[in-house]
Design a protein around this ligand. Structure first.
Ligand SMILES: Cc1cc2nc3c(=O)[nH]c(=O)nc-3n(C[C@H](O)[C@H](O)[C@H](O)COP(=O)(O)OP(=O)(O)OC[C@H]3O[C@@H](n4cnc5c(N)ncnc54)[C@H](O)[C@@H]3O)c2cc1C
Length: 412
């Protein structure tokens, strides 16, 4: 059967794309080799990060670079053998993090992320997923008073510029909010706008179920089989070949390999991250970022989920969860962690682009092909807001935000 659009990839970005196109009257088939929401969109920290108006820049100061190079700190871990292959893209990331381009990137990022909650909210309601949502924000805490004071000054400036709600909590106020804490901390920034999700993969599954309930179709197939045809695009699925006028690549961390096959050289790379759940320890009321150990602690349905910072490694390199091991010890001192739920940590990959902006729009050299990936640290947050922009462009509607900064043509 011919549909109008094939969406390849059923993570948060692909499922949101399918819903946004369907809402505009398109017949959509969502194709993935796995069930919806089983990859990166399952394993993240579950934040809908309304406060994330500044994407993570490449460190520019020598002190910060030295810290990474010498393996101090726990927020970044590097497989040095992977560096030669990554150097070109990381150089572009470093250049894009210089003050002037970074300010432009932040402006564009902020314009899109401003819509994250407004675009998730109706989907959460329609999908009957309110039980997964907490609306009391998250805490970013510090052990050293000087670091806390400096971080709060920055946070207050950003909050004022973007109309965000953040508060400074001292150690006693923090313990009042989170009585399970055993250490007295210098303080925390309480970001109060973001929502957090107690099972990110289940939210994607519920969105996918909504898509089906509204008449959409999900098929199991492999994006490797995508081919251009006389009509548009075709893909092989377990139910046979499917063909459509348009195809959207929403393949998250796998987008680089697929676009390369089509002849594109996009500056995509991944930042790997680990998680593990723990049960039987203390219970947090809301998620917290431990800034000293670069780890997020999120109360989830399966237990307390620890998610780590960034790891740079070659594609397919074996797991090296050293950041998680350090974070486990710190979290145990802080809270009492209990026992791990999984035998091995989960390993996933943030789909990043060197200029820190997602790629949303038509493929420059292929009629009817659309790119929708590269959402980095905030793809779970941005899925629906970014999908609206993609769908408006594909359907010839006036885009609700200026699409230029995210257009794939910027890499022509
Ligand atoms: C540790 C960690 C913590 C994070 N925390 C947060 C957070 O708190 N908030 C936030 O907003 N973001 C967070 N992120 C980032 C976020 O998870 C990602 O940006 C987002 O999930 C990307 O969504 P996606 O749909 O693009 O990719 P994915 O969810 O990975 O979906 C891609 C899909 O493509 C499919 N696919 C791949 N290859 C093929 C193929 N050949 N054929 C068919 N299908 C294929 C996969 O099966 C998958 O379903 C975090 C990431 C990590 C790693």
């Amino acid at each position: 059967m011919a549909s109008e659009v094939l969406v390849l990839g059923a993570g948060m970005v692909g499922v949101s794309t399918a819903l946004a196109l369907q809402q505009r009257g398109r017949q959509v088939v969502l194709v993935d080799r796995r069930p919806p929401g089983r990859e990166t969109s399952y394993g993240n920290a579950g934040f809908i990060q309304r406060e994330a108006v500044q994407p993570y820049a490449f460190p520019r100061s020598w002190q910060a670079l030295w810290r990474v190079a010498t393996g101090q700190g726990n927020d970044v871990h590097v497989h040095w053998t992977a560096m030669p292959a990554l150097a070109g893209r990381l150089l572009r990331y470093w250049q894009a993090s210089a003050p002037t381009p970074y300010a432009n990137t932040c402006a564009a990022y902020a314009r899109l992320i401003a819509h994250c909650i407004a675009e998730h909210e109706p989907l959460i309601a329609a999908a009957g997923a309110q039980d997964l949502v907490r609306k009391d924000g998250w805490l970013q805490f510090y052990r050293k008073p000087a670091l806390f004071d400096a971080a709060f000054r920055d946070a207050a400036r950003v909050a004022q510029a973007h109309g965000l709600d953040c508060a400074a909590l001292d150690g006693a106020q923090l313990i009042a909010l989170e009585p399970a804490l055993r250490e007295t901390l210098a303080g925390a920034i309480h970001w109060r706008d973001p929502w957090t999700i107690s099972d990110p993969g289940t939210l994607v599954e519920r969105y996918a179920a909504l898509f089906v309930q509204r008449g959409g179709r999900i098929a199991q197939g492999d994006a490797d089989s995508l081919r251009q045809t006389g009509l548009g695009w075709s893909v092989q699925t377990v139910d046979g070949a499917l063909e459509a006028e348009s195809a959207v690549l929403a393949l998250g961390p796998w987008a680089e390999a697929h676009t390369r096959r089509l002849g594109y050289r996009l500056p995509l790379f991944v930042k790997r991250g680990y998680h593990r759940h723990y049960q039987g320890g203390a219970e947090l009321r809301r998620p917290m970022l431990d800034t000293d150990y670069g780890v997020v602690l999120t109360p989830m349905q399966r237990g307390l989920r620890l998610t780590t910072g960034a790891e740079f490694a070659a594609p397919g390199a074996p797991a090296t969860p050293v950041q998680l091991q350090v974070a486990e010890r710190a979290a145990d001192r802080l809270l009492g962690l209990g026992q791990p739920v999984e035998a091995q940590p989960w390993l996933g990959a943030r789909p990043c682009c060197a200029d820190m902006l997602p790629i949303i729009g038509p493929a420059p050299r292929h009629q009817g092909l659309w790119f929708h990936f590269g959402h980095g640290h905030q793809g779970f947050t941005l899925g629906p807001a970014s999908a609206r922009l993609l769908a408006e462009r594909l359907c010839g509607q006036t885009p609700y935000v200026d699409p230029t900064p995210y257009d794939p043509a910027r890499f022509r």
